[in-house]
Design a protein around this ligand. Structure first.
Ligand SMILES: Nc1nc2c(ncn2[C@@H]2O[C@H](COP(=O)(O)OP(=O)(O)OP(=O)(O)O)[C@@H](O)[C@H]2O)c(=O)[nH]1
Ligand SMILES: [Mg+2]
Length: 407
């Protein structure tokens, strides 16, 4: 097996659960497990990359923010003149040429009178959202310019949202972003963490944008202050002044549909986001394992619990952005104290004939034991793949969790 991009193990187990397991379970158990299966299906089936509209005046820091999210120089910063049309989609891809994120960049937002462009702003947007729409809109305002012409910008923002609602029956959430907060007074205090005087200035800028947005939108959009400044040399980060970027990316996770979460975790490389998603997966997997483990009906022909556990770990490895294959997973399970049976399970998983249950507890594995074992494995996988801790530490966490209830 080469490096798989998608956690196929998980997709296979989800099919197994949906088609073979659920029909066999009593209604009461099914009722409990079904929402968890649905949650996992939302996360892992039909996954796609997230789409954003990034709107803001020329020089607001749109390209810089995109680079800060990727931690790579993917967008061109600070060109002298705006060359592109008003609104155009940019696709950001990984080394394998697979799409990571799509961004609708509205260059020169609010510069309605410019004669450089053939299309009016609204026409340009109409065209841009013809076939697709952004999952969320980021509204960028430069910290030092929150006072200037913001009312006009917010009206346009509202009209973009309405256009999307009309065309796609989807109301993209709006997230206000106050950019370049390092430029606020006091200037000498430009590197985070900031002093209280600087934080006061940031707070002032944020409340102003908040107040202005409140006038136009009922569900007041959240406003997050950031500094996105990163300097690159030969593709390497040589200077990092980022502030609050992870708060922003973490908040955006909640604004995005579930089927984009996996890609968002990989793009942002944020441990916080990765851990949140890993725990969501772990909780669902544990609940399913508990339901299955508690069944007196013979399910021995279905390697459900093993399959769920292996898939869960595969998913966490994938979320971590680490290159993974079966060997990586096997190494992890071996470190956790799994025996030769696991190796067999791995080889045969795709044919669904594995008999191995982790931990080995014969056929009489109880629901609680299945759940705690699965949750323990989730915690251990988080430590190993996301926190990049040594296997021995992950093993300790696994053992320790056997004695603890789910948290
Ligand atoms: N100090 C500081 N400078 C920033 C920050 N973000 C962007 N800049 C600078 O602001 C300028 C404009 O940034 P861009 O990211 O190109 O802005 P943009 O919104 O993409 O501009 P257009 O594409 O031309 O509309 C560049 O010189 C950036 O280096 C920040 O957080 N702090
Ligand atoms: Mg730009």
């Amino acid at each position: 097996m080469s490096n798989e991009r998608k956690p196929e193990e998980l997709q296979q187990s989800l099919e197994l659960i949906r088609n073979k397991l659920l029909p066999k379970l009593p209604a009461s158990v099914k009722q409990k497990i079904n929402p968890e299966v649905e949650k996992l299906e939302e996360l892992f089936l039909n996954t796609r990359s997230p789409r954003f509209a990034v709107v803001g005046r020329r020089g607001a820091g749109k390209s810089t923010l995109i680079n800060a999210i990727f931690q790579k120089e993917v967008a061109k910063v600070g060109s002298v003149v705006a060359e592109t049309e008003r609104a155009s989609w940019h696709t950001f891809k990984d080394e394998k040429n697979e799409t990571l994120m799509e961004v609708l960049d509205t260059r020169g937002f609010g510069e309605g009178s410019s004669e450089r462009f053939a299309l009016s702003e609204e026409d340009a947007w109409q065209e841009a959202i013809q076939d697709t729409y952004p999952d969320a809109i980021l509204f960028l305002v430069k910290a030092k310019e929150v006072d200037s012409r913001i009312t006009e910008d917010i009206k346009q923002l509202k009209s973009l949202q309405s256009l999307i609602l009309e065309k796609h029956d989807y109301r993209p959430p709006i997230v206000g972003v106050v950019t370049q907060v390092d430029e606020l007074d006091p200037i000498y205090d430009s590197d985070p963490p900031f002093t209280s005087e600087k934080n006061d200035a940031i707070h002032l800028a944020v409340s102003h944008v908040n107040k202005m947005l409140k006038k136009e939108f009922q569900d007041i959009p959240k406003v997050i202050p950031v500094c996105a400044y990163l300097a690159f040399k030969n593709g390497e980060i040589v200077y990092d002044r980022r502030y609050n970027i992870e708060t922003l990316t973490d908040y955006l996770l909640d604004q995005l549909p579930g089927n984009t979460w996996m890609e968002w975790a990989r793009i942002t490389q944020g441990k916080k986001i990765q851990t949140r998603i890993a725990k969501t997966v772990g909780k669902s997997a544990s609940t399913i394992a508990a339901g299955v483990g508690a069944q007196p009906i013979p399910l021995a022909d279905l390697p459900i619990i093993t399959s769920i556990q292996i898939s869960m770990v595969a998913a966490i490895a994938y979320i971590s952005g680490r290159k993974f294959n079966r060997k990586t997973l096997l190494e992890f399970f071996t470190a956790m104290g799994a025996n030769v049976g696991t190796a067999l399970a791995f080889r045969q998983l795709s044919r669904s004939v594995s008999k191995f249950v982790f931990p080995v507890a014969g056929n009489a594995i109880s629901g609680t034991l299945a759940a705690t074992a699965t949750w323990g494995l989730c915690k251990a996988a988080i430590l190993y793949f996301i926190e990049k801790r040594p296997a021995i530490e992950a093993k300790e966490a696994y053992d320790f969790n056997q004695e603890k209830p789910l948290d």
